[in-house]
Write a protein that binds this ligand. Structure first.
Ligand code: B12
Length: 630
């Protein structure tokens, strides 16, 4: 009798006894015997008596050995797929003839085996090519086997938690301090219709939540009052919908049948969704993708598939006109083009569909609804939001003054709802050099810290116009991307999440190439120990069609394999990395000096100090002259 600790495949944690078995292991194959060698070692370790035959024995020799050894169990393995049924049925007949069939359990496993075939031929069990060793052992010991996969517990992670947000670069911190003081002072007596709507939205949502406690009549009356005020602060496009039921072009309401089937889909997909991890031996980086198919049903389908393949978080993208329109629509709305419309109902349904560990980001960074989006995100249970005043003013079309006023309010709201916010620097894709984009990002990060929020730095891992022109990636994609991380880390201790998505402008329409380049950038991210990454789908560079679910899986799988390959090993950049990171830091310093010299952050944005015409950045015009005194 052998005493041993119960294995993970068994229930409970008590000590139990096992009865050692006599096991004959037979590689019924010319060569392939690796699996049986492993099973043999494991059985021996657990006190069983085993005999492993060499491969390439005839069935007569095998039957002869079996009648001599008189095993309790015969474990046969077959890898080669040729003539399987024939050879196995001959073997089982022969074992019957020599009298073993009735006294031993005879099982077969291996690459060429399907359990159905084993049953048909009269084996006691059949194990296919995905069989785990635990399952093989559990069979020998007569234990019930529970698949390991079911036990993966994925937990929601706060990527900001281990950061002190302390500046390592005193001069840069001092300059940021001065710049952000000026911003806060400039904003202090200013407001906008966007900010008004944000606060009306807050009130309406709080009232709705209280409806069960207070008199419903009074609540409805108040909501109608607020709604009226809300509409006074909206654009014509939005007012038309609420007053006349006219929807913007290419937008429609989901019908009852569609909504019912969505409910059904959410319920069913929750039942079958299993937690899966993309990361191999470390928890970093978390993997996000962005969705915004236009239709909330399709979005949910993409999210559920992503979760099934292990995605850690998803980002909501709205249509580009959403940023240029004052006010939000309502209801379950579908949009024919890219970007899913932000409404309380659309977002609410998406939130409801998420598995509990999945992180959810609602981007708010760039338009006239920035602060109201943060309210919706906070109230509907998002985990993160996305704000970058500089990028939103220079490459996404919003007037710098208006976005500064709304952005500051949005950051305050992010702090209130405990939503860390990431700061994308996608102006780099337009041609703004990384150092200017980083200077802008650091100003907004410092604003965030002053207002009690938690910023997340989001440098790009991309083949940007700047590097194409300077030739910095002529040799490799590693050095300059790594230099960005080194530079930011030398300035501040803060979370870093390269995006958006990684490998931007290295992707082509070729799905294999695209998956590969995403995966390699993910390897670099893992090697640098960043906190998260956003990945593209393998058809994201294909601008003539919508993103397909299969291409989502391509990159998730590719990244998973890369993490498996790399583990805790590291990619070594060349000596260029230090040179370029030092250069980045001194260039950031110079940009901040110029902003200070200008004496006004908003004027600096208008003047192109943080990205100008020569860089392909233009101050946005949407919302110009819409700021007023409080
Ligand atoms: C390693 C290997 C070899 C090694 C074998 C070394 C050895 N001592 O075993 C060498 C290089 C010698 C070899 C040779 C050949 N190989 Co070979 N080989 C492989 C390879 C790469 C891996 C197999 C392996 O060991 N996997 C690891 C083990 C642990 O996995 P597994 O056997 O599937 O076992 C798992 C389960 O099936 C299960 N299991 C297996 N058996 C049992 C039994 C029981 C009772 C239970 C419960 C569970 C169980 O548990 C394991 C864990 O999950 C595969 C390709 C591949 N990636 O699978 C080709 C492969 C199996 N080989 C193949 C071939 C064709 C050959 C050759 C015939 C090639 C040739 N033309 O020369 C020769 C054989 C020559 C000959 N004399 O006939 C083909 C088979 C194709 C087919 N349709 O049958 C494969 C699939 C490669 C391919 N795609 O072409 N091979």
């Amino acid at each position: 009798m052998v005493r041993f600790q119960k294995q993970s495949c068994q229930e409970g944690g008590y000590l139990m006894q096992i009865v050692p078995k006599k096991v004959l292991l037979v590689p019924l194959d010319p060569v392939h015997d690796v699996a049986l060698k492993i099973i043999n070692r494991r059985l021996k370790e657990r006190g069983h008596e085993t005999l492993l035959l060499p491969p390439d024995m005839s069935i007569e020799e095998i039957a002869d050995q079996a009648s001599k050894v008189k095993p309790d169990i015969i474990m046969i393995s077959r890898t080669l797929g040729y003539g399987v049924a024939e050879v196995l049925s001959k073997l089982i007949d022969l074992l019957e003839v020599v009298g073993i069939r009735d006294r031993a359990k005879i099982v077969i496993g291996g690459k060429a085996i399907k359990p159905e075939l084993a049953a048909e031929l009269g084996f006691d069990a059949g194990f296919g090519e995905k069989t785990s060793y635990e399952e093989a052992i559990a069979f020998v010991e007569g234990q019930r086997y529970i698949q390991k996969e079911e036990k993966i517990i994925k937990k929601k992670k706060d990527i900001t938690i281990s950061y002190s947000y302390k500046f390592q670069h005193q001069k840069i911190e001092n300059m940021l301090d001065e710049i952000t003081e000026e911003i806060l002072d400039w904003c202090k007596d200013k407001t906008s219709s966007g900010i008004k709507r944000a606060h009306l939205r807050e009130k309406m949502m709080s009232l709705k939540a209280e409806k069960s406690k207070t008199s419903p009549y009074n609540v409805d009356k108040k909501i109608t009052e607020y709604k009226k005020k809300y509409l006074e602060n909206c654009d014509e496009l939005i007012i038309k919908y609420y007053k006349e039921g006219i929807l913007p072009k290419k937008v429609r309401v989901l019908n009852k049948k569609e909504r019912e089937s969505l409910e059904d889909y959410i319920k069913k997909s929750k039942e079958i969704a299993r937690a899966k991890k993309i990361q191999h031996t470390t928890d970093k980086p978390l993997v996000f993708f962005q969705y915004g198919t236009g239709c909330p049903i399709m979005d949910i389908a993409h999210i559920k598939i992503g979760e099934a393949w292990g995605v850690d978080g998803v980002l909501h993208f709205d249509p580009s006109w959403g940023a240029r329109t004052e006010g939000f629509l309502e209801g379950y709305l579908s949009h024919e083009e890219d970007g899913s419309i932000i409404t309380e109902q659309n977002l609410g349904k998406i939130k409801e569909s998420l598995n509990s560990p999945t992180l959810w980001t609602v981007r708010a960074h760039r338009g006239l609804n920035t602060s109201e989006t943060v309210v919706l995100a906070g109230k509907l249970g998002a985990d993160l939001t996305k704000i970058n005043i500089v990028y939103g003013s220079l490459n996404a079309g919003t007037d710098p003054g208006r976005l500064t006023v709304d952005g500051v309010e949005a950051i305050k709201l992010a702090a209130k709802y405990n939503l860390p916010f990431d700061e994308p620097t996608n102006e780099e894709l337009g041609g703004v050099p990384a150092f200017k984009a980083f200077a802008g990002m650091l100003i907004v990060a410092k604003l965030g810290l002053k207002l009690g929020a938690k910023p997340i730095l989001k440098p790009l891992f991309c083949y940007s116009p700047e590097v194409m022109i300077t030739g910095r990636m002529d040799d490799n994609y590693i050095d300059y991307n790594a230099a960005k991380i080194y530079a930011l880390r030398s300035i501040i201790n803060a979370p870093i999440w390269p995006g958006e998505p990684i490998g931007f402008m290295t992707h082509t329409e070729d799905r294999i190439q695209s998956s590969m380049t995403t995966a390699l950038h993910a390897a670099l991210a893992a090697s640098l120990g960043v906190d998260a990454i956003t990945i593209a789908s393998s058809d994201e560079a294909y601008s003539r069609g919508s993103i397909s679910v299969t291409s989502r899986i391509d990159t998730l799988r590719a990244v998973q394999e890369t993490f498996r390959f790399l583990g805790k090993a590291e990619i070594k950049p060349t000596h260029k990395v230090r040179e370029w990171s030092n250069e980045l830091v001194s260039q950031i310093e110079k940009v901040l000096e110029n902003v200070l010299k200008k004496g006004s952050f908003v004027a600096a944005l208008y003047d192109g100090i943080l990205g100008g015409k020569e860089d392909g950045a233009y101050p946005g015009r949407t919302g110009k002259d819409t700021i007023f005194s409080k």
